[in-house]
Write a protein that binds this ligand. Structure first.
Ligand code: PEP
Ligand code: MN
Length: 344
């Protein structure tokens, strides 16, 4: 429910209504605007109706929030949310480049990759320490050792960092060493994990599940925000369809749709979205055009030696070319590429 107060309502009026909502066992939200104060009330609609807030003199209008997801909806917050990943703001005016290997393989590999992605214009370094592999016999990641490597490389290069968290038991380590947490496609509906990252204030990149609908994705984001963490970014990384020519089908409809309905930043992953190296650059440009707030791209210093996702990894030269080609698209969209922090 959204409660819009009258122009002349005071801060005290707002506080009284917030208390009424709280006393009824519902979740009150204080949303002071430039022109008017708006109050949100989340919970059992029948309890809300029984409060008859529309009869209070300081209330102008009471209207239901129609979408199932509430906190992530533009019905509640109309403006774009900007999520701060270390020194990198994500959302609104910025177009953010996150890049790095699929998996952290060694300090040497990550540092070399970090240097060239930074030089080409990325501000956030990606790389998995805990890898969700289809086969139990494939490389599973370096674990906590990988997190420490990423931490050192981030410090050395001044890049912010992002890595996937698969297990709640690793949350403290990931939060200690890394700027932002990635929840992978396979865990999009792992509600225990979503609630756990929701109890931190760490930025979270929530990837769309392989067969998840947009509504399921936004409800998964709602879990994180409802648990207390507003710093959520959505990631479209392709879905399973009947198509087999590409690894996944990058659903750019979802980007435009989510930008319309939700205030959260949306990042596109054209690497997993296509699974094909030559398609990464065209789909990154398409991501800019449909309103995404950034891209996350897999790179490897020697793609054919990549221990995972080699077919979609970009070489240093490929990444450099992609960035050069992307820049005019970003400028044409009225966005700016985030500035890299100069720690070294
Ligand atoms: C990844 O980013 O390396 C990854 C495993 O992605 P997804 O969860 O989208 O498959
Ligand atoms: Mn990968």
């Amino acid at each position: 429910m959204i409660i819009i107060l009258r122009h002349d309502a005071s801060e005290q009026d707002a506080q009284e209504i917030l208390q009424k909502i709280d006393a009824a066992g519902l979740k009150p939200l204080h949303l002071p605007g430039v022109e008017r104060t708006v109050i949100g009330a989340l919970g059992d609609e029948r309890v809300l109706e029984s409060l008859h807030l529309e009869n209070l003199p300081q209330v102008d209008l009471v209207k239901p929030v129609l979408s199932k997801y509430k906190l992530v909806s533009r019905e509640i917050y109309a403006q774009d949310t900007v999520v701060q990943v270390g020194n990198t703001p994500v959302g609104s005016e910025q177009f953010t480049i996150m890049a790095g290997p699929c998996a952290i393989e060694s300090e040497d590999q990550l540092l070399e990759t970090a240097r060239y992605v930074k030089q080409a214009g990325a501000t956030v370094l990606r790389g998995g320490a805990f890898k969700p592999r289809t086969s139990p016999y494939s490389f599973q990641g370096l674990g906590v050792e990988g997190l420490k490597i990423m931490h050192n490389v981030g410090k050395e290069t001044g890049l912010d960092t992002i890595t996937e968290l698969m297990d709640v038991n690793d949350l403290d380590d990931v939060a200690r060493y890394i700027s932002a947490i990635q929840i992978g496609a396979r865990n999009m509906q792992n509600y225990t994990l979503l609630k756990a990252v929701g109890e931190t204030k760490k930025p979270v990149l929530l990837k769309r599940g392989l067969s998840a609908t947009i509504e399921e994705l936004l409800l998964a984001a709602e879990y994180i925000v409802a648990s207390g963490n507003p710093n959520v970014m959505i990631c479209e990384r392709g879905i399973r369809t009947f198509e087999t020519a590409t690894r996944n089908t990058l659903d750019l409809n979802a980007v435009a749709f989510i930008k319309e309905r939700s205030h959260l930043p949306v990042i596109v992953d054209p690497s997993h979205g296509t699974g094909v190296r030559t398609l990464v650059s065209p789909m990154a440009k398409a991501a800019v055009a449909c309103g995404a707030d950034g891209v996350i791209i897999e790179c490897h210093r020697s793609p054919k030696e990549s221990v995972s996702d080699a077919a979609q990894a970009l070489s240093p030269q490929d990444f450099h070319t992609l960035m050069q080609q992307l820049a005019p698209f970003v400028a044409a969209s009225g966005r700016t590429l985030a500035e890299v922090a100069h720690a070294s």
